[in-house]
Design a protein around this ligand. Structure first.
Ligand SMILES: Cc1ncc(COP(=O)(O)O)c(C=O)c1O
Length: 382
């Protein structure tokens, strides 16, 4: 009998019963020889699945060419990544600041909005998740009660209910620096806030000169079948934050801003060591290229349609969300359905809603993979 080695990891995560030794395409391989269909992609990160040959080639080539230089050194690859990303978005957000995580992108967006407007209130939406740092956590719904930990928020925060148009008029005013919103809420359970609501937020922000920040850390970079959910809903935010699928496995994030925001930037106002590093930038450029050249936005829309049309079977009573940020609403607790799917070699996620199984599948998902999900759901108890 061998003793298990001591565990030095911080005990802050609950973990799934999975012993993964490798992955390829949309499948994870376990030590005991199982091949698991991954419909969760490590919290929406593995947007191209695993071992995409062009992603791997870009990683290797950039590592051999130049592993790292800071933002003190101008780099072609960094400029190209910014240009590519701004064009991909196509929303007139033509200045890009590269950082490392979703929370850090939100932190910088909020800092800019507060500084530029000189106001001290931020409005956020019930159900939101924006990250774990001081500012991002302050605008995350329920964080103060569950895990926030800082003695106070760095600015005034007010939450408004989803879909409540009256609250928009009442709460967003000339004292508001910014409204931060996930156009399709992720952690809340794939909740699409819809064009009417987002358009009303945009209009009220314009009226009151508050900044509209769309947090597209989870729903951006093609996840909805559009470059950003803002494109899908026809809203032009003042800033977009994005991460997760941006590097499709290489850690990185970005803050995209409109000219009137960028006009306030000056040397030393923002900064980071790792953000905009050449490895991240090479992969951002490659990810955009792969999404565009392989027609992945259309595939995301098609697979999403297939899920909506075929997967209301077994325990699933409806499908919500957008693109491959889909929520399967289950009659039984989502965690039970998730466990039963995993026992049958399909990995899906749960969410803040105890009755939503969250699908965050790679954009390269094929028709047969969705058929496998459908057939498996059909074998489960309603
Ligand atoms: C919408 C949204 N914003 C921000 C974050 C935080 O990102 P990170 O964990 O990279 O800081 C997340 C993470 O799940 C997210 O879903």
């Amino acid at each position: 009998m061998t003793d298990s080695p001591p565990n030095h990891l911080a005990p802050v995560y609950s973990q799934w019963p999975l012993d993964i030794v490798g992955a390829e395409g949309v499948h994870l391989h376990t030590r005991d020889g199982r091949r698991i269909l991954d419909l969760y992609g490590g919290h929406a990160v593995a947007a191209l699945g695993y071992s995409h040959p062009r992603w791997l080639a870009a990683l290797e080539s950039q590592a051999k060419t130049l592993l790292f230089q800071s933002n003190a050194v101008p780099l072609d690859v960094r400029s190209r990544a910014a240009t590519r990303l701004a064009h991909f978005a196509g929303l007139g957000l033509d200045t890009v600041f590269f950082v490392n995580t979703g929370a850090e992108a939100n932190e910088n967006a909020l800092k800019l909005a507060l500084r530029i407007t000189g106001r001290r209130k931020v409005v956020a939406i019930e159900g939101s998740f924006h990250g774990r740092t001081a500012a991002a956590g302050a605008v995350t719904w329920g964080a103060a009660q569950k895990w926030y930990g800082f003695p106070q928020a760095p600015f005034d925060v007010e939450f408004i209910p989803r879909g409540d148009l009256v609250a928009i008029e009442r709460v967003i005013g000339t004292d508001t620096a910014a409204v931060i919103v996930e156009p399709v809420q992720g952690v809340a359970g794939a909740v699409d806030l819809g064009s009417a609501y987002l358009t009303a937020l945009r209009a009220r922000c314009s009226e009151t000169c508050a900044m509209l920040i769309c947090d597209e850390v989870q729903c951006g970079m093609g996840r909805t079948g559009y470059p950003f959910a803002s494109n899908m809903h026809g809203v032009a935010p003042d800033m977009i934050t994005t991460a997760k699928a941006l590097g499709a496995g290489f850690p990185c994030s970005a803050l995209l801003m409109a000219d009137h925001v960028a006009a306030h930037l000056a040397t030393d106002l923002l900064g980071t060591t790792f953000g905009g590093g050449p490895m991240a930038c090479a992969l951002i450029e490659t990810v955009v290229d792969i999404i565009e050249s392989e027609g992945l936005l259309a595939n995301v829309r098609e697979r999403s349609r297939q899920i909506r049309e075929t997967c209301i079977v077994g325990p699933v009573e409806s499908v919500q969300g957008a693109g491959l940020l889909a929520g399967l609403r289950t009659r039984r607790p989502a965690k039970d359905v998730q466990r039963e799917l995993l026992e049958r070699d399909i990995l899906a996620g749960t969410s803040g809603d105890p009755h939503v199984v969250r699908i965050l599948a790679p954009y390269v998902l094929s028709e047969s993979h969705v058929a496998q999900l459908r057939d498996t759901l059909a074998t489960l108890a309603p």
